[in-house]
Write a protein that binds this ligand. Structure first.
Ligand SMILES: Cc1cc2nc3c(=O)[nH]c(=O)nc-3n(C[C@H](O)[C@H](O)[C@H](O)COP(=O)(O)OP(=O)(O)OC[C@H]3O[C@@H](n4cnc5c(N)ncnc54)[C@H](O)[C@@H]3O)c2cc1C
Length: 514
C-alpha cells in the first residue's frame, strides 16, 4: 500500500531534493537544459526521465518519484519556437485561467499551456464542482470568481442558503469546460491544450520560457513573465526554485480522491427506505474494510450519499494516498480507486434500496490531487494567518476556508468533518491572500499561483480551494500586466496601484494595513 511507497521528500532540502541539487552541482557547467532535465529527473521523475531510463529505472525508484539508478545524457539541441508572448501561463486549471484572463484584460499578450485536452484542471477533469465565496455572513470572494459564476449561466447554481455557509455555488463540470474556454477566447488568450511544459528555460536569474512536449516534438514557448499554474509547481521546480512536499512529520501530502457520479438511482425508493438502512450498509462496508475485503471510503460521505441517493452529483468519498509526483504510483492509485468505485456500487446494488439499477455515469478523467509541491515564496501562508484571519499589506484578496486536511494516509477522514472552531477563521471574518506567497527570491519574472503557491501543509489545506486559487490568479495576472507596463519586476509593482486596479475589477479587498 501507499505506506511503503510514500513520499520521501518532506522538505525542499529532503533526500530527493538534496540528491537533485547534488546532481545539478555535479553536472555543473553543463548547459541549463541538460542539468535541469537531470534535476527534474531526480526531483520528480519527469516523463522524459522515465522514458529515457526505461522501465527498469522506474521499478528501482523505491517510491522516490522515478529516481533511478541509471542515467543518460541527452544532447543539447535546437528546438523551434512555437509561440512568444508577454505572459506565458503554464497550467489551465482555475488558477491559470484566472491569471491568463486577468493579464490579458489589462493588455498583455498571453499564451496558456495545458497538458490535458481541456481546461479547468481539477474543476472539470476531476469533477470537483463546488465553489466557496462566503465568510458565512457575506460574499468575500468576488472579482474573477464572480465573472466565472456569471458567465457560467445555466451551468452554475447558487445555493439556497447563500451566504450562510462557505459553500455557495456548484457547477456542471462538463459545461464549465466550454465556459472557461470561451472566457479565455473572449479575453484574447492564445490557448494550447495537449501541450505539457517539461523544461524551464532559465538564463541567469530570469526565466525565458518553457520547452513543451508537442505531438510534433519538443518546442519552446517564450515569454517576458512566466506564471506556473501547474498545481504541482512543475515549472518552478524545474527552474530550480526550492519547494516543500508534504507534512513535516512524514512528508506525506493530503489524500487524493476519485470523484464519481451515478445515474439510475431510484431516489424515491431511497427516500422510502427505513432510516437505519443506510447505517447498516455503511456498517457492513466498514466491517468488510476492516477485514481487508473492501476498499477504504469516507464514512460520513458514504452515509450522506446513501441517505440522499442523488443522481449526477459528484460523490467525494473514494480516498487514495501516495505521491502524486510519482507517475507509476499515481497510475496504480488511480486504477485502484476506479476499482473501488465499482466495489462500492456492487455492494450498494445488493444492499441499499433504490440502488439496484444504479450505474457509474462518470468518474474523474484524473484522480483528484489536493496537494503536491508548495513552492517557497517571498511569504509563506501559515496556519495562524488562516485561523486568526490575519491581514497583510500586500493583500490581493481574501480567503476564509478552514484547515481542511484529508488524511494523508488515505483513510478518507477529513478535518472538515470534525468542524473544530480552532481550525477556521471566525464567522464573518477572513484572512488576506498575500501577493508574496506567489513570488519568490530567485527568479523575479516567475510567479506561482494556485495550489502550488507558498504555504505550510496546514495553511495549504485552506488556500487550495478553487475560489482562493482564482484570487491568486487574478492578483498575479493583473500584477504581471502592470509590471510589463511599468517595465519593472513583479515584486516592484506599486502594491497600492495593484490593489486599486483589483478593486476596480470587482475584487473584495478590505482592511489592508497601511
Ligand atoms: C477530490 C477533491 C475535492 C476538492 N473539493 C473542493 C471543493 O469542493 N471546492 C474547491 O474549491 N476546491 C476543492 N478542492 C481543491 C481544488 O479543486 C484544487 O486545489 C484546485 O482545483 C487547484 O487549482 P489549480 O488551478 O491550482 O490546480 P489544478 O486544478 O490542479 O490545475 C492545474 C492544471 O495544470 C495542468 N498541468 C499540470 N502540469 C502541467 C504541465 N507540466 N504543463 C502544462 N499543464 C500542466 C493540469 O493538467 C491542470 O489542468 C478539491 C480537490 C480535490 C482533489
Amino acid at each position: 500500500m501507499a505506506a511503503d511507497n510514500r513520499t520521501t521528500g518532506a522538505k525542499g532540502d529532503s533526500p530527493i531534493f538534496s540528491a537533485a541539487q547534488h546532481l545539478a552541482k555535479k553536472i555543473g557547467t553543463v548547459p541549463h537544459g541538460t542539468s535541469r532535465r537531470k534535476f527534474m529527473l531526480a526531483a520528480a521523475g519527469g516523463s522524459l526521465g522515465l522514458a529515457a531510463l526505461g522501465p527498469g529505472a522506474a521499478r528501482g525508484s523505491a517510491g522516490a518519484a522515478g529516481q533511478g539508478t541509471a542515467e543518460v545524457v541527452i544532447p543539447q539541441r535546437k528546438v523551434p519556437v512555437l509561440a512568444e508572448a508577454d505572459v506565458v501561463v503554464c497550467g489551465g486549471g482555475t488558477a491559470g485561467i484566472s491569471a491568463a484572463c486577468c493579464a490579458a484584460r489589462h493588455g498583455a499578450k498571453v499564451v496558456l499551456l495545458e497538458r490535458w485536452p481541456s481546461v479547468g484542471g481539477m474543476a472539470t477533469n476531476a469533477l470537483v464542482n463546488i465553489w466557496h465565496t462566503s465568510d458565512r455572513t457575506k460574499q468575500v470572494i468576488c472579482g474573477f470568481v464572480q465573472e466565472a459564476i456569471d458567465r457560467g449561466g445555466p451551468f452554475v447554481r447558487r445555493w439556497g442558503d447563500f451566504p450562510k455557509r462557505p459553500e455557495t455555488h456548484d457547477f456542471d463540470s462538463q459545461g464549465m469546460r466550454v465556459v472557461f474556454h470561451k472566457m479565455l477566447k473572449g479575453f484574447g488568450v492564445r490557448t494550447f491544450c495537449n501541450l505539457k511544459a517539461v523544461e524551464s528555460i532559465v538564463e541567469g536569474d530570469r526565466i525565458r520560457g518553457v520547452v513543451v512536449d508537442a505531438k510534433t516534438g519538443r518546442k519552446a514557448v517564450l515569454g517576458r513573465i512566466v506564471i506556473d499554474a501547474t498545481g504541482d509547481g512543475d515549472v518552478a521546480a524545474n527552474a530550480g526554485l526550492p519547494f516543500d512536499l508534504g507534512r513535516p512529520s512524514d512528508g506525506r501530502v493530503q489524500g487524493m480522491t476519485m470523484m464519481f457520479c451515478l445515474r439510475d438511482v431510484d431516489t424515491a425508493a431511497v427516500g422510502h427506505a427505513p432510516p437505519e438502512t443506510a447505517r447498516k450498509v455503511v456498517q457492513h462496508m466498514r466491517t468488510l474494510r476492516d477485514e481487508g475485503k473492501f476498499p477504504p471510503f469516507n464514512e460520513s460521505a458514504a452515509m450522506s450519499y446513501l441517505r440522499s441517493g442523488r443522481n449526477n452529483v459528484p460523490y467525494n468519498m473514494c480516498p487514495a494516498a501516495g505521491n502524486p509526483l510519482d507517475e507509476e504510483e499515481l497510475t496504480r492509485l488511480s486504477f485502484e480507486a476506479r476499482q473501488a468505485v465499482y466495489a462500492y456500487l456492487d455492494l450498494w446494488r445488493r444492499e441499499m434500496p433504490g440502488f439496484a439499477r444504479a450505474q457509474v455515469d462518470k468518474m474523474g478523467f484524473s484522480i483528484g490531487v489536493r496537494e503536491s509541491r508548495r513552492v517557497r515564496g517571498l511569504k509563506t501562508l501559515e496556519a495562524q494567518m488562516v485561523v486568526k484571519a490575519v491581514k497583510q499589506p500586500d493583500a490581493i484578496g481574501h480567503g476564509f476556508w478552514m484547515i481542511d486536511i484529508h488524511d494523508p494516509k488515505g483513510s478518507g477522514h477529513t478535518t472538515w468533518s470534525d468542524q473544530k472552531a480552532e481550525m477556521m477563521p471566525p464567522v464573518g471574518d477572513s484572512y488576506h491572500i498575500p501577493l508574496g506567497m506567489c513570488l519568490n527570491r530567485k527568479i523575479p519574472n516567475l510567479a506561482v499561483v494556485g495550489r502550488c503557491a507558498s504555504s505550510t501543509h496546514e495553511a495549504h489545506a485552506s488556500v487550495r480551494l478553487q475560489s482562493h486559487c482564482m484570487v491568486m490568479g487574478q492578483g498575479v495576472g493583473t500584477c504581471a500586466a502592470l509590471a510589463l507596463d511599468a517595465a519593472v519586476d513583479l515584486a516592484q509593482v506599486d502594491i497600492r496601484k495593484l490593489q486599486t486596479v483589483l478593486r476596480a475589477d470587482g475584487v473584495y479587498l478590505k482592511d489592508v494595513p497601511g
